[in-house]
Structure formats: structure tokens, C-alpha cells
Design a protein around this ligand. Structure first.
Ligand code: ADP
Ligand code: ZN
Ligand code: ZN
Length: 746
């Protein structure tokens, strides 16, 4: 008898065998199966069958129920999920968890339960309603059903003021009957109300823009690669019309009857983005993002996997959506950090997009004004086709070159130097908008006693507490601890406490004092809580002329501010001399993204960056020669130091409340790793173990061990050998550990 082999949502890194459910036909792989697990019921995914289990058959439990008639994932998609599980060394059950919408994980049906509908029987149709004169509500109900001949849903009938006893009474008299539209009885003599609308022949709903010659050249090259695997990197300055390029390429794919998957950063999926796709095509567009209800997500997911939606527009996890007719993948703002998941399965959606394209034999387009060094390295080596868009279609002016403003010996007011304030004033006087980026929220990052030098620190973290004004509190941004503001120094009792440095609240205050008449729109996590808060802030911006847009990196992402003529960065220094090898790449991306907000319409723009290091050659290179030139240099550095993308990393992160426990575990892991390397040498080196950059966080101690290799294969072989040891060592149960393949943060 074949046994079911299931992926279950448990952290145990293996598959589980069950006896088939009694009295039911064997299902196909890819369906969900409900099974007993300990004293719980779990929803697992059938991966395949086996004849022999490592567990004696007498000990195996039977599955309780099959939850799907048809597989949710076909063999090819299952294979993709298995690949992901293997590559990231995570249980397949965890990958399936990410790949399924929440309601399906919870065991709900793929199709929503149908509401009962009511219609007249033949007898009811022939009845003269006056015969019901003694029961006026029943009479009214019958008349209602005569008027609404399309078999209304029960909920609509109840909503019209009738009740269930009235329905039952008419049913007993044989005048009306109820039915539901199941999947299986659809179309058997009943009104069909849930069929997909017939497909319009014309793909386009609006006339596309006339491409510039630069855009046209790119679109032609992209079209030429349809139908086969080819990664493309589209390096287009902000405002160069990348979206129009995607849209015109997508048109070709839709005309071939294929589906398109478009991934965008968390913050980029605004109603406007969605609207741009919906307006252009006579095709169904399904959105998948975290702002939706579980029901909405399931509906969108289902329409994608059933092939009804032709375009799927989603954030990171949409990469797992099954698409039966996939013809193209697009990753917009491909450098964005939100494509990397930072817990459970730590996957990089950009990498998986290239993998999926390869497996499906279709092109993938990665687009950005500031591509990741990984993608640029692939482009320079020829693995990816590189395309440039250097101009803005509507700009009659040069793109502004960022200027560095040295603030080394200048007095700052809320983070602003005097020359910068004067410049802001000039742009406001001209009736324009100014964008100010300060990547730090709150009032001040440090609160210090002027007498003894005490600094407000977090009790749970090796971090300072940020002083927030509105509402007044000390707040740790790492563990979310909040405390009331102390009225005096807890160390010496002195009552004068001094805020050092500035966050967005302080910058706002400074600007308000200086420009009392000017509207200031602040956008950071504190001012954009709630579902529509960001959108309403963005809407305000359109009317603030002159006005100031102030905010954290949320401001630098995706949005277009056509009236901004001055974009300025208050503090570019964070990241210039950081221990994180990616810091400079990230800083450069942020600066260029901010710069891209200026001068988008007819008005020429200016970009000014305040720094204490105006002589830093990398900053200088970025401003004078541009992002790509700097990226080449950074890649040279990476190659010389044998660092990704020219080498491969994995990081083991370990944490526990007690430092000794973490240290003991790390030592054991390190020794085991060294032992394996001595026993069977691999081209893998161990860097560490060392304390994490913030050793104490959320009341727990953190350490890490970095694995470095010149090639992927030995790194993964080595991890594969270490994992079984981790499963069995008792020490591992006292700590929380995680493995991050191709980590973003070190
Ligand atoms: P990007 O995504 O590269 O930052 P967008 O695609 O958002 O740029 O385009 C920026 C602006 O340029 C948009 O307002 C868009 O409508 C406009 N645009 C793009 N292509 C053209 C074109 N060929 N002709 C006229 N306007 C265009
Ligand atoms: Zn003090
Ligand atoms: Zn903290």
C-alpha cells in the first residue's frame, strides 16, 4: 500500500509519512492533507508516495482528510519549492507555509463556500400571490423573488428585510427552493452567475506612450528574448520611463496569451502603481501584498493559479505564486532590501525570480536606477543583458549632479547648516517644493546629562534610547521598549538633559521655526501608522506649493514628486565608515534615489548632500561619475577582498538570554565545524564566532559564525554535514539559532 509523504508546518527538517485516509481515493501530489500530529491537527501538503517508511507501518497514523480535489501546485512548482527548501536548508513544510495564502494554511477551502440561493419552483411561478393574502410577509417575499428572477443569494434576501422562517414557510408550501452553486454542479441547468467574463480580444485598454528612441531600442531587445530564458538588467535613471518599458513588453506577453509576474518593493505597491497596470490593459490584474485581508489575498492567489489573472503584481512572497502560463517576470527596484526575507526562510526573491525564469524558460527583467552589486556583476560578466536608459523622456534639462556640502566646521541647527537653510529658502521663494531626507526618526538619537555625561540607554539592548517628542518618551528602536522621559539624570540628579543630534521631529521643528508659513509634510514610520496614512500624506504633497517634504528613506522610494526642485540629504555619513561591507552600496543607492526625486517635471533640480567627509573619494566618484562608476569600483574592491558576489557566504546566528549558553553553543559549533573540515577538507573558511554587531538585543545575547567559500557547492555540502549534528546536540535546544544563506546583513 502506498504511504503518503507530507510536508508539515513544523520546524523539523524532514517529511512525514501517513497512511492514506480511510475510504477515499488516493489524491494527487500537491493537494493539502489534514493529519493528526501529536495532539494537534495539522494541514500538510502531499509531496509524493512511498512504499517503505523508516517508521513501522503499525505505528503510522492515517490522514484524516484531503482538503483539495485538484493539486494546488503542479509537479514543476512542487519541484521549485523543494529546490528552495534545499538551497536555504529549511524544512519543505516551512517553504510551503510561505507559498500558501493564510486561509489555505489554516485548512479553508480554495473556493469560498457558496451562499444558498433561492428561486421559485414551477408551482411558485404559477401562483397568484393574492392567495397568500393572510401571510403578508410571505406574499411580499414571493413578489420579491418574482421581481428578482436571477435566484438571489440568501444574504441579499435577508438584507432586504425578510427572515429565515419566512423562507422556510414558503419552502414547505413547495413554492420556493434553495440551491448552492458548487464547483461540481456548476452549469447543470442552473443559472451560471460565476463564470469569468469573456476575454476581450484587444489587450490594450489605453493607447501606450510613444517610446523615446532609447526606450524603443530596449523594448525591442527585450521582446526579442521572449520565449526563452534570459535575464536582463535595466539600468535606468529615475524618471527614465522604466515602467513604460515594462508595460510595452508586458503587452507582447499578454498577446501571446501568457501571464506576467511583477514584483515590487513593500512600499511601492500603491493604488497608483496598480492603477497604471489596470488602466493600460483589458486584462485581470491581481495584487498580492500585506495590506490585504486574508480573503482578498486568497482570491487574488486563486485567480493567478487558475490562470484567470493575467498580471500578478506583488511584493516579495508573490514569487511563490503558481502561474500556469508564466511568460515573463519583472522585478522593479531590484536593489530594494525588502526582497530579502529576514526571518523563517531567509530567501532573496530577486534570486528566486531568476531561478523561476530559468525553470520556465522565460525572460526576467530586473530594473533599477541603482542596481545591486550582485546584479551588476552578472551584467558586467555577460550573464545578464545590460540595458541603459540615460535620459528622462520629458526633461529638457540635464539630470542634476549631486553636490557635497561640507559641514565639518559648521554649526548645525536641528541638523541643518546655514548655507543649506538659505538654499531651501531660495527654492521655497520660487514657489517650489524641497525634499529633505533624514534617515532617523524621533527628536534626537541621544539624550545626555550635561553634568555627569550619563546617556539614556536601553536596558535590553546595547543601544541608546531615542528621544521622541510626540508623544514624549524614550524609545528603543531595536526592542521597542518605551519609557517616560526622566525629569532628572538618574545618575546624578542634575535636571538639565541635553538632546544630541537630530531626528525627523527635530528637523521638522527647526524648519517650522524658520519657515512658519510653509506647510511641512513629514513622512516616517511615526506619521504613517494605519492603512491609508501614507497615501493621505502623499496626497497632501500635491497641494503643498511651496512646501517641504521631510522624511526617512520612505520618501526616497518610488514616489514621484514633480514639484520638488531641491532634494537634500542631511547626513550622508552614516554608512561611510561602517563595519558592514554593504554600507557604502546602500548609502550610494539611497543618495541617488533621493537625488532622483528632484527636477522631475519642467523645473531644473538641485541635489545637495551634507557630509563631514566631502573628501571621501567614493562620495566624490558617486557625485561626479555616477552610480555605475562607483559600483564598478566597489565591485573591484569586492573582487580583491574575495567577497560576494565573488564569493559565497552563510551566517549562523545564535541567541539566548544567557551569554554563557550562547558562548558554549558557539564554541561547540565551531569545534564541530573545524573537526569536519579536518576530517574532510572543503574550500570553506570559518570567520568567527564573534559577538553580533549588537551583542545584547531584546534582552538576549547574540553571536554569529560566518562561513565563507569561493564556490557555492562546497559551502552547501558543508552546511549539509553540520545540520545533522545540530539536530542532535542537546546544547542546540537551549539556544535559538538560524541559518542565513547569502545574508544581506552581517
Ligand atoms: P521610472 O520608473 O524609470 O522612474 P517612470 O516609468 O515612472 O520612470 O516614468 C517617469 C515619467 O515619464 C512618467 O510620468 C511617465 O509617464 C513618463 N514617460 C515615460 N515614458 C514616456 C514617453 N515615452 N513619453 C512621454 N512620457 C513618458
Ligand atoms: Zn548626570
Ligand atoms: Zn532595546
Amino acid at each position: 500500500m502506498p504511504l503518503l509523504r507530507l510536508a508539515l508546518p513544523t520546524p523539523l527538517p524532514r517529511l512525514f509519512d501517513y497512511l492514506p485516509a480511510k475510504g477515499q481515493h488516493l489524491p494527487q501530489p500537491g493537494v493539502r492533507v489534514q493529519v493528526p500530529f501529536g495532539n494537534r491537527q495539522l494541514v500538510g501538503l502531499l509531496v509524493g508516495f512511498t512504499e517503505d517508511s523508516s517508521v513501522p507501518v503499525s505505528k503510522l497514523k492515517a490522514a484524516r482528510d484531503y482538503l483539495d480535489q485538484e493539486p494546488l501546485f503542479d509537479a514543476e512548482h512542487l519541484d521549485f519549492l523543494i529546490w528552495v527548501a534545499n538551497y536555504y536548508h529549511q524544512p519543505l513544510g516551512e517553504v510551503v507555509q510561505i507559498a500558501l495564502p493564510a486561509l489555505l494554511r489554516q485548512g479553508q477551502a480554495l473556493h469560498p463556500p457558496q451562499q444558498p440561493r433561492w428561486q421559485l419552483t414551477v408551482q411558485g411561478q404559477g401562483l397568484d400571490t393574492r392567495e397568500l393574502a393572510k401571510a403578508p410577509r410571505q406574499k411580499a417575499l414571493l413578489e420579491y423573488l418574482k421581481r428578482h428572477s436571477g435566484a438571489p443569494q440568501q444574504k441579499d434576501i435577508l438584507g432586504a428585510g425578510f427572515n429565515l422562517p419566512q423562507l422556510k414557510a414558503l419552502e414547505e408550501k413547495g413554492l420556493i427552493e434553495s440551491f448552492t452553486l458548487g464547483r461540481s454542479n456548476q452549469g447543470v441547468g442552473l443559472p451560471l452567475l460565476d463564470v469569468a467574463a469573456p476575454r476581450p480580444r484587444e489587450v490594450l485598454a489605453e493607447v501606450p506612450l510613444k517610446l523615446t528612441s532609447e526606450q524603443d531600442e530596449v523594448v525591442q531587445k527585450l521582446i526579442a528574448s521572449l520565449g526563452r530564458f534570459q535575464p536582463h538588467l535595466l539600468l535606468g535613471v529615475t524618471g527614465s520611463g522604466k515602467t513604460e518599458v515594462y508595460l510595452q513588453l508586458i503587452q507582447q506577453v499578454l498577446e501571446r496569451g501568457q501571464q506576467v509576474l511583477v514584483l515590487i518593493p513593500e512600499i511601492g505597491l500603491t493604488p497608483q502603481t496598480l492603477g497604471r497596470f489596470q488602466k493600460r490593459f483589458n486584462r485581470r490584474v491581481a495584487a498580492l501584498h500585506s495590506g490585504m485581508t486574508d480573503r482578498e489575498r486568497l482570491n487574488a492567489w486563486r485567480s493567478a493559479m487558475e490562470g484567470k489573472a493575467d498580471i500578478v503584481l506583488g511584493t516579495r512572497s508573490a514569487i511563490f505564486t503558481p502561474l500556469p502560463r508564466l511568460g515573463l517576470l519583472v522585478i522593479d527596484e531590484e536593489h530594494d532590501a525588502s526582497f530579502k526575507q529576514q526571518d523563517s526562510v531567509r530567501y532573496q526573491a530577486r534570486d528566486l525570480a531568476v531561478l523561476r525564469a530559468k525553470r520556465a524558460g522565460v525572460p526576467v527583467v530586473l530594473g533599477s536606477a541603482t542596481p545591486s552589486l550582485e546584479s551588476l556583476a552578472h551584467a558586467f560578466s555577460g550573464d545578464y543583458q545590460l540595458h541603459h536608459l540615460r535620459q528622462r523622456p520629458e526633461a529638457h534639462i540635464e539630470l542634476p549632479q549631486p553636490k557635497l556640502l561640507d559641514i565639518r566646521s559648521r554649526k548645525l541647527e536641528g541638523g541643518f547648516s546655514q548655507p543649506l537653510l538659505k538654499l531651501i529658502e531660495k527654492h521655497l521663494k520660487a514657489g517650489n517644493q524641497v525634499l529633505v531626507l533624514l534617515n532617523r526618526r524621533g527628536f534626537a538619537p541621544v539624550l545626555m546629562c550635561t553634568e555627569c555625561g550619563w546617556i539614556a540607554g536601553c536596558l535590553n539592548c546595547d543601544a541608546r534610547m531615542t528621544w521622541h517628542r510626540e508623544p514624549a518618551k524614550l524609545h528603543c528602536h531595536h526592542c521597542d521598549t518605551q519609557q517616560p522621559l526622566p525629569s532628572a539624570c538618574p545618575q546624578c540628579g542634575h535636571t538639565e538633559l541635553l538632546p544630541l543630534g537630530s531626528g525627523t521631529e527635530r528637523a521638522e521643528e527647526t524648519l517650522q521655526e524658520r519657515f512658519p508659513e510653509i506647510p511641512i509634510i513629514r513622512i516616517d514610520r511615526d506619521t504613517t501608522k494605519g492603512r491609508s496614512a501614507l497615501q493621505s500624506k502623499l496626497d497632501q504633497i500635491a497641494h503643498a506649493k511651496p512646501g517641504i517634504l521631510l522624511g526617512t528613506q520612505m520618501l526616497a522610494k518610488g514616489h514621484h514628486f514633480p514639484d520638488v526642485t531641491l532634494a537634500t540629504v542631511l547626513d550622508a555619513d552614516h554608512g561611510l565608515y561602517s563595519s558592514d561591507p554593504r554600507a557604502m552600496e546602500r548609502t550610494a543607492q539611497l543618495l541617488i534615489q533621493v537625488a532622483g526625486r528632484a527636477g522631475r517635471a519642467e523645473k531644473p533640480g538641485e541635489v545637495v548632500i551634507q557630509t563631514h567627509h566631502s573628501d571621501d573619494p567614493r562620495l566624490e566618484k558617486l557625485c561626479v561619475d555616477g552610480y555605475e562608476a562607483l559600483a564598478k569600483e566597489l565591485l573591484d574592491e569586492r573582487r580583491k577582498t574575495n567577497w560576494p558576489p565573488y564569493a559565497y557566504l552563510a551566517i549562523w546566528r545564535v541567541e539566548a538570554p544567557q551569554k554563557e549558553v550562547v558562548e558554549a553553543f558557539m564554541q561547540a559549533l565551531n569545534e564541530q565545524a573545524k573537526y569536519y573540515l579536518a576530517e574532510q577538507p572543503e574550500a570553506v573558511s570559518l570567520l568567527g564566532p564573534v559577538p553580533a554587531p549588537m551583542e545584547r538585543r531584546q534582552g538576549r545575547y547574540h553571536m554569529q559564525l560566518l562561513l565563507h567559500a569561493d564556490k557555492r557547492a562546497p559551502l552547501h555540502r558543508f552546511i549539509q554535514r553540520l545540520l545533522p549534528w545540530l539536530e542532535t546536540t542537546p546544547l542546540a535546544r537551549k539556544v535559538r539559532w538560524s541559518l542565513d544563506i547569502d545574508p544581506d546583513d552581517l
